[in-house]
Design a protein around this ligand. Structure first.
Ligand SMILES: [Zn+2]
Ligand SMILES: [Zn+2]
Length: 438
């Protein structure tokens, strides 16, 4: 590419969406474009406000209040609050008959202390697991909420033309279920989030460190299933100099940790069934010359292929139980599902991808490989055919490998990317309930 062309392309990244020359983005109907232009500054202001006031899972009280007030001001047909503790649901009925579509945004922040130098950086602190922590929108959920509020604004202004119904789902607690409880998506579903409506499709998006102005969408497995693994190894306490008088759970645990790594590397299909087993904590013993009674370990299991799951669980249990038994110890294994894999159904995804390519430009729509991070949007996909995709948040010139990952204290969203996210949400929605595209 000629270097001038490169410069032009680089500077055009400032203004989402970008497109390649062959397939420029299409404009929405003039009325929609006018609504977009009008809502843009508000969307950025909402996002900054949420960013400055992050709230942990199931504590999204202020966020939910702002969202509910906004939806009521738009005179939606229905606004329900307190769905799954702090969740908010809005229903917009268009002026003409048509399908029901659901759009979802998650609202919670993380126990992370912000290190980004922004005028609206979070200085909020709170308590998490009994510890004093900083709180930060380190996963970009502040942008998801602002984008969906803006989507609601645009659609509410065009309601007479809409052929169908749109449900806006503002979900709490995506980042993890409380111990023994349900995460936000599962809890909203348990509390009949859609009421007596039956959406034919649900869409969600996520901020992701790739080029601003782009989206990433793919059919099939897209994000991993995520489980919490707990292992107790129960031996028998003895003197550190007389191991034969007891059963050493520490040596057994070390064998278990190593053997667990052979499940992904030796037992599963590396391409067809990618799997990760990570032990993230291990606790046992109080003194250098005492072999303790028991060791407790915790970790996470990730898998991309839903058909892999039961087999994987069985292999983890067998590995732990049999190694413990080989030494005369016993073991307890518990596996708790946080999220199942996000799997985008081919037909629905192809149609959404075409709508995104039309409205953002073909060059702005990426494919690529799935990842091993998780999202509880997957539970909505169990109930309703759904598509989940990423929108890029990197500033121009920052590559995906240089950018701080989600959950980092340096996670950063280049704000012009929010317009791409808004246009993407409108593209997939109006493709189904909108007036005919030009
Ligand atoms: Zn996250
Ligand atoms: Zn997230």
């Amino acid at each position: 590419m000629h270097h001038i062309a490169k410069l032009i392309l680089a500077s055009s990244l400032l203004f989402a969406p970008i497109a390649n020359a062959q397939t420029p983005p299409a404009a929405f109907a003039p009325g929609v474009e006018a609504s977009i232009a009008q809502v843009l500054p508000h969307m950025l202001a909402w996002r900054r406000d949420f960013h400055e006031h992050p709230e942990l899972s199931y504590e999204e009280v202020r966020t939910a209040r702002v969202v509910a007030a906004h939806l009521r001001a738009l005179h939606l047909d229905e606004v329900r609050t307190g769905v799954a503790v702090t969740g908010v649901v809005g229903v917009l009925r268009g002026g003409r008959p048509g399908p029901v579509i659901a759009l979802r945004a998650d609202m919670d922040a993380l126990p992370v202390t912000e290190e980004v130098d922004l005028p609206f950086a979070s200085r909020v602190r709170g308590r998490y697991n009994g510890q004093d922590v900083g709180i930060m929108h380190a996963c970009g959920h502040d942008t998801h909420v602002a984008v969906l509020m803006a989507t609601a604004s645009v659609l509410a202004e065009r309601r007479a033309e809409l052929a169908g119904t749109v449900i806006f789902v503002f979900q709490p607690s995506e980042e993890g279920a409380p111990p023994g409880g349900l995460g936000g998506a599962r809890r909203m579903l348990a509390e009949h989030v859609f009421g007596d409506l039956h959406p034919e499709a649900i869409f969600g998006l996520h901020a992701w460190p790739q080029a601003s102005g782009t989206v990433k969408i793919m059919s099939g497995p897209f994000m991993a299933g995520s489980d919490r693994l707990r292992i107790s190894v129960i031996g028998r306490q003895t003197h550190g100099a007389q191991p034969h008088r007891g059963i050493d759970p520490i040596v057994i645990s070390s064998q278990i940790i190593n053997a667990l790594q052979t499940i992904p590397s030796r037992q599963m299909d590396a391409v067809g069934s990618p799997v990760i087993v990570t032990i993230g904590s291990i606790h046992g013993g109080v003194r250098y010359n005492i072999i303790p009674d028991r060791v407790e370990m915790e970790g996470t299991i990730r898998y991309l292929n839903p058909e892999t799951r039961d087999d994987l669980y069985a292999r983890v249990r067998r590995t732990v139980d049999d190694i413990a038994a080989s030494a005369g110890a016993t073991a307890e294994v518990s596996i708790e599902s946080n999220a199942i894999p996000v799997v985008n159904p081919p037909e629905l995804t192809a149609r959404a991808r075409a709508a995104l390519a039309r409205m953002l430009g073909e060059g702005s729509v990426q494919g690529g490989a799935p990842g091993m991070v998780a999202e509880d949007f997957a539970f909505f996909q169990q109930a309703v055919p759904g598509v989940f995709f990423y929108y890029g948040v990197n500033p121009p010139g920052v590559s995906p490998t240089e950018a701080a990952p989600n959950h980092s204290p340096r996670f950063f969203v280049h704000e012009p990317a929010l317009e791409t996210a808004l246009r993407a949400m409108l593209a997939v929605t109006l493709d189904r309930v909108g007036p005919a595209q030009p």
